[in-house]
Design a protein around this ligand. Structure first.
Ligand code: NAD
Length: 710
């Protein structure tokens, strides 16, 4: 066997040890599972074996299923079902033999790894901050398929099982013990195998609780079955899931169904029910899209795939952040969290300290929620030095500028900083609108000048657009990517251009929302449809966040506005100047923001833009999405982006574009390229040339035929 080691000690204890070849972690696929099940079978039929310990030769136990294997699975649904049932039957045999089986969870046990452990009679877990267990499959569009839903249900009851599975919760050893998902915890110094063996020797005959005739699923009023209260519980859970997923996520719907149906029957039937729902899920395009986007695209980007070849890993020790406002404070905090020393400079020491205060407040909240300690918090905060002096920047090895969005000010700051830093130091600007090549003109070393466009709030948003100016060198780009990876963010490389990628494309979403309002579509419909198609926030709420006055300023600087955009500019100007509705900061935008109260849409819109009858919800949703998709393609065509997958990553992480579609370019394949082409033609006829597909995209679609376009 290549991946599983098998041995029996002198006391008749069989050790089945996961050690997947040529991989830092253990994972499950057809081959590793087949070897594992062969080993289990061998131990079960061997009369000299008294008990079994399943453990790992690596740091972690098992990291889960091999997602690449799932993504490329090309057999039939029936074959897939049979494969799952083979595993289920083998694990049931393990449960039904009275031989004690212990899982020694010395490190992470996630997804399928935990499913194996749940089928053991006893679980011991090493208590270490890095060790977690969890059924995390929902985070990649799947759900626990090797008995996970059914054993969780029988161990935790439906309420917690739904919560833990749908939210992909990872549990510490202490929490797992509290929930009785593990039976014993030990310290990293303890010999976990010796503890496992001791338990086996004391418990020669065992049985799983769910194989007892009197077994009752916890939380069910009358044993297994759906007597009063139980069905209602699932209805409410379904409704709550619908509220957040809008029916766009088949895996969530299926996990609830598998739990509901599985709870009305014995474990063997329940496992079959689970397998059916799992197969259904795996074959949906939504699940494939989520795996592809999150695991392949985002996963690769987070490892720095976009870094130009041939450059050593750049190492950073101390960075300077200029401007301790909302963005600067967040960038300083994220950098300090990754162990970098940060000089956080503002015009006054008070301002710089206020910026550090932001980091302090986040850490304080974490401590209150039990997610950090005073020691950890001060270790992070000690990395941040508030300052009002440019001299403090002199031995920094990276500068990130985040002062007000004002070209003259940024130029002045560039010059005064370059006067003190070393010549090889990279200088990055977090500007959101000014072209990097324009700002680089103030620099005496434009090859070291680059854009690092973070998103707000920096501590929660994982994306960073790395903006390459005309003169930015590859060496600078490579080092900037190293920094982004170091602070555990996801970089995409974007060529300089107005609005870069995300702001530009998001603008199209907002423009479409405002235009629909002026056409007489009720604002509540616009906002709700946006959420229904999977956007986290409606376009009008976004416009309020950005501020309409700022949008007008940005438009005023754009010499290439289309007729549609000029019309929109007039609308925005009327809203700002006549109706005095600028946005959230002013308390009055598309929404009203009463002090201390909840925001609500302004009631007067229907008098300004009289409501029309008979609007088409599907069309409203598609207008918003198509506007973003078409503009993203234009970014690709004009070289703002190099690859379609960067658009997918940027749209999902930066704009909240619905992940089940695979991202803004994959959306074309999600709804079908021909359908996309025809629908866009219809929209262009009705609403104008902004929906006209570029010739090169039409050609790509025709050329692709029945294959994917992107
Ligand atoms: P902000 O107004 O919150 O903070 C700007 C800070 O810069 C202030 O604290 C100010 O005192 C300081 N400052 C001004 N002159 C300075 C100088 N000479 N030296 C040092 N500090 C100085 O602004 P913000 O929202 O943090 O935005 C900062 C930059 O980030 C802007 O370029 C903005 O376009 C960009 N950006 C903002 C967002 C966002 O959502 N707010 C997102 C991405 C990028």
């Amino acid at each position: 066997m290549q991946h599983i080691k098998y041995s029996i000690d002198t006391d008749g204890i069989a050790f089945i040890t996961w050690d997947v070849a040529n991989s830092p972690v253990n994972f499950m696929n057809e081959q590793t599972m087949s070897e594992f099940l062969t080993a289990v079978d061998k131990a079960l039929v061997d009369n000299t074996v008294k008990g079994i310990i399943i453990n790992s030769a690596k740091r972690d136990f098992i990291a889960g299923g091999d997602l690449k294997w799932f993504l490329n699975y090309d057999q039939s649904k029936e074959d897939c079902f049979e494969l799952l049932m083979k595993t289920n039957r083998a694990m049931r045999q393990m449960e039904l033999s009275s031989k004690p089986v212990v899982a020694a969870l010395s490190g992470l046990a996630l997804g399928g790894g935990l499913e194996i452990a749940l089928a053991c009679n006893y679980r011991i877990m090493t208590d270490h901050p890095a060790n977690k267990i969890g059924l995390v499959e929902c985070s990649v569009g799947l759900f626990p398929g090797s008995g996970g839903t059914q054993r969780f249900l029988r161990m935790l009851g439906p309420q917690k099982a739904i919560e833990y599975i749908t939210q992909s919760r990872k549990l510490s050893a202490a929490q797992a013990l509290k929930d009785k998902l593990v039976n014993q915890i030990c310290s990293p110094e303890d010999d976990i195998n010796a503890l496992a063996k001791a338990w086996i020797l004391q418990n020669p005959e065992v049985k799983q609780p769910w194989d007892d005739k009197r077994f009752v699923v916890p939380g069910t009023p009358n044993g297994i079955g759906q007597k009063s209260g139980y069905t209602e519980f699932y209805s409410v859970s379904n409704a709550m899931a619908y509220k957040t997923t809008h029916g766009n996520m088949p895996h969530i719907k299926n996990v609830l169904s598998a739990l509901y149906h599985g709870s009305s029957t014995g474990i063997d039937n329940a496992l079959e029910v689970e397998a059916r729902y799992f197969v259904d899920t795996l074959f949906t395009k939504e699940t494939k899209n989520i795996i592809r986007a999150s695991f392949i695209f985002i996963g690769d980007a987070a490892k720095g795939k976009a870094k130009p070849k041939g450059f050593e890993q750049a190492s950073f020790k101390k960075i300077g952040v200029l401007g301790a406002g909302m963005m600067g404070a967040g960038i300083a905090y994220e950098s300090a969290k990754s162990g970098l020393d940060v000089v956080l400079k503002d015009v006054s020491l008070e301002g710089a300290e206020r910026g550090k205060g932001y980091a302090e407040s986040i850490e304080k909240q974490k401590i209150e929620k039990g997610r950090s300690t005073h020691e950890k918090a001060s270790a992070i905060l000690d990395h941040i030095l508030p300052s009002d002096s440019v001299d403090d920047l002199k031995d920094c090895d990276l500068i990130i500028e985040a002062v007000f969005e004002n070209e003259a000010l940024k130029n002045r700051v560039t010059k005064e900083t370059e006067a003190v830093i070393k010549p090889e130091v990279i200088y990055a600007s977090n500007t959101s609108t000014i072209p990097i090549s324009t700002l680089a003109k103030a620099s005496s070393r434009p090859d070291k000048f680059i854009g690092l466009h973070f998103f707000s709030p920096v501590d929660r948003m994982p994306l960073v657009e790395v903006i390459v100016g005309k003169e930015t060198s590859d060496e600078t780009l490579a080092a900037a990517i190293d920094y982004v990876i170091k602070i555990r963010k996801v970089p995409i490389v974007v060529n300089d251009g107005r609005g870069f990628f995300t702001s530009r494309v998001f603008g199209k979403f907002v423009n479409e929302g405002i235009t629909m309002l002026t056409e007489g579509i009720p604002p509540a419909v616009i906002e709700n449809v946006a959420k229904k198609i999977g956007m986290p926030v409606g376009p009008l709420a976004i416009a309020d966040e950005v501020n309409l006055k700022l949008m007008l300023d940005i438009m005023a600087e754009d010499p290439n506005l289309t007729d549609f955009e000029k019309e929109l500019q007039e609308t925005a100007s009327t809203i700002v100047h006549t109706h005095k509705r600028l946005g959230k900061k002013e308390g009055k935008g598309f929404y009203d923001y009463p002090k201390g109260g909840k925001k609500h849409l302004w009631k007067e819109w229907s008098t300004i833009y009289p409501t029309i009858e008979g609007y088409d919800e599907e069309e409203i949703g598609r207008r918003m999405l198509f506007a973003m998709v078409i503009d993203s393609y234009k970014c690709l065509e004009s070289g703002v982006l190099k690859e379609a997958k960067d658009a997918d990553i940027g749209s999902i992480l930066g704009l909240g574009f619905p992940i089940h579609t695979g991202g803004v370019m994959s959306y074309i394949d999600y709804i079908g390229a021909q359908e996309f082409k025809d629908y866009a033609a219809g929209l262009a006829k009705k609403y104008g040339e902004r929906f006209q597909l570029p010739q090169s995209l039409l050609e790509r679609i025709d050329k692709a035929g029945s294959n994917r376009v992107f």
